[in-house]
Design a protein around this ligand. Structure first.
Ligand code: FES
Length: 118
């Protein structure tokens, strides 16, 4: 199922727009020229991820060396700060166990389109 989210410039202006996909909220998030989509319910206690924030995190650059990276690729829950990789949906802390469902997003004729895969 494809869902038209809105015009590209409108979704960019909003930063994040929540759409209903068969009764489940999905957050479509604008980052620069790209769009990402994740479940809008935090797996911890259900906060809206769209009201959270985007940032980066420290990533390994070598043995015992961390550098700031993944800028605007980490979405942080507004309630208790759980962080997720915006591209994969996986938790930064427990990637094997916790995550947000992700969806594909494209731009077609000036519109942002969410692909739910069903
Ligand atoms: S509800 Fe998201 S971290 Fe608690």
């Amino acid at each position: 199922m494809d869902v038209v989210v809105g015009r590209v410039e409108e979704v960019r202006r909003d930063g994040c727009r929540v759409v209903d996909v068969r009764g489940r909220p999905v957050g479509v998030i604008s980052v620069g020229e790209e769009f990402f989509a994740v479940s809008d319910r935090c797996p911890h206690m259900g906060a809206s991820m769209c009201t959270g924030s985007l940032s980066g995190t420290f990533v390994e650059a070598g043995p015992q060396e961390l550098v700031y990276g993944m800028d605007e690729r980490v979405i942080r829950c507004p309630w208790h700060g759980w962080e997720f990789d915006l591209e994969t949906g996986r938790s930064l802390l427990e990637p094997e166990r916790v995550g947000l469902k992700t969806y594909r997003v494209t731009q077609q004729d000036g519109q942002v389109v969410l692909h739910t895969g069903a």
